[in-house]
Design a protein around this ligand. Structure first.
Ligand SMILES: Cc1ncc(COP(=O)(O)O)c(C=O)c1O
Length: 365
């Protein structure tokens, strides 16, 4: 089976460096904090241009802490994307916020063009597939912006790192991301000194060391560990090479499918994508994914949720979100990653072609 991700191939490639570094880490007695964390945080600051970077244990915990830093509380109204991985909105629901949903646009990005600022505590922006929202449309609304840029690491918005936007932004280093670890990890990035001061406490249950007798912040257990940071640092060492190959694989797939009239998601003009996910449009994505699996190709349904229709998340189940409906029905992710061999790329192209019937051609949002 040609898989969407390739953790074992990542391991093969990095194991020499990784195991040497891990051996040093496991010979120590301290597994909280330390130089590997500082090293990774500095590299994230260098790459993104952010003033502060904090490694945490997942993208979801990063979103939670970003919400805590803003002080989101019960019944605060927050604008969010209507279609994503549930992790995007769960932290807000945990804190009791009320969600106002934005539909997607034809690029599969959060449509932020119609956000009404009245009574909004914040906008949570979420970039999908390797691109990001159109930040200029919201930058002057006067509302705090929390940027879920988990899928946008190394993408550019108008030439600037997509993770540079918002009062804070977050990263995920999940095994399927452009900088993967084994499992997941995450980071919060901000230029705000006041938030940076709070985040230090918030990622460690509200305290930094046991010598203090006061607790001034509510937080969660999300403090980083050297062994995971070794994985992250090692992936960062390889990321330029991986991104070059990721682009090559995506170009090859795109060229092959363009010629036959298979619909593919496009990037918005303002964005330089990181090629995180390769998204095709077919008539019925569930049936198509099933057919692909029969010819040895794994496909993912990213995504199947219309948050506005879920009574746990929304109290406005009747509003229409046509582009969400389109992506739920048609948008399918197929394997496109740096560890695919040329033979596997060819197999994916042939496999997709062989599964297409008349209805699968020329589907565009
Ligand atoms: C857009 C988005 N937000 C948040 C997350 C959550 O990240 P994690 O799985 O590291 O908690 C992900 C992970 O896939 C994501 O894609």
């Amino acid at each position: 089976m040609i898989k969407i991700t390739a953790a074992s191939k990542v391991y093969e490639e990095i194991k020499k460096t990784l195991l040497k570094r891990l051996d040093n880490v496991y010979r120590q007695d301290n597994h909280m904090g330390g130089p590997w964390i500082t090293h990774c945080e500095q590299r994230l600051k260098d790459i993104t241009g952010r003033k502060h970077a904090f490694i945490v244990t997942s993208g979801t915990s990063a979103i939670t802490i970003m919400c805590l830093a803003l002080g989101i509380k019960q019944r605060d109204n927050v604008s969010v994307i209507n279609y994503s991985i549930p992790s995007t909105v769960m932290p807000l629901k945990l804190l009791g916020a009320k969600l106002s949903f934005c539909d997607l646009n034809k690029f599969g990005q959060q449509d932020v063009s119609n956000i009404r600022p009245t009574n909004k505590k914040a906008i949570l922006t979420t970039g999908l597939y390797g691109d990001c929202h159109d930040h200029d449309q919201i930058k002057d609304l006067g509302i705090p912006i929390l940027n879920d840029s988990a899928q946008c690491f190394l993408s550019k918005y108008k030439g600037i790192e997509a993770t540079k936007f918002g009062d804070a932004s977050i990263l995920s280093f999940s095994y399927n991301k452009v900088v993967p670890v084994f499992g997941t990890y995450g980071a919060i990035l901000t230029d705000r000194d006041d938030w940076a001061e709070k985040i230090k406490y918030m990622r460690k249950n509200g305290y930094v060391n046991n010598s203090q007798s006061t607790i001034e912040h509510i937080g969660i257990q999300a403090q980083p560990h050297p062994d995971k940071c070794v994985q992250l640092a090692t992936s960062l060492d390889y990321v330029q090479k991986w991104q070059a190959r990721r682009q090559e694989v995506a170009f090859t797939l795109r060229e092959a499918f363009e010629n036959i009239g298979l619909g593919m998601r496009q990037s918005p003009k303002y964005s330089h994508t990181n090629y995180h996910k390769f998204c095709i449009f077919v008539d019925d994505k569930i049936k198509f994914a099933h057919k692909l699996s029969k010819v040895g190709i794994e496909a993912h349904l990213h995504y199947t949720y219309n948050f506005s229709k879920n009574p746990l998340l929304s109290d406005n189940v009747n509003k229409k979100f046509p582009m969400t409906d389109f992506f739920i029905k048609h948008a399918l992710t197929i394997p496109s990653h740096p560890w695919m061999t040329n033979k596997e790329i060819k197999k994916v192209i042939e496999g997709v072609k062989s599964c297409m019937n008349k209805k699968d051609y020329n589907i565009h949002p």
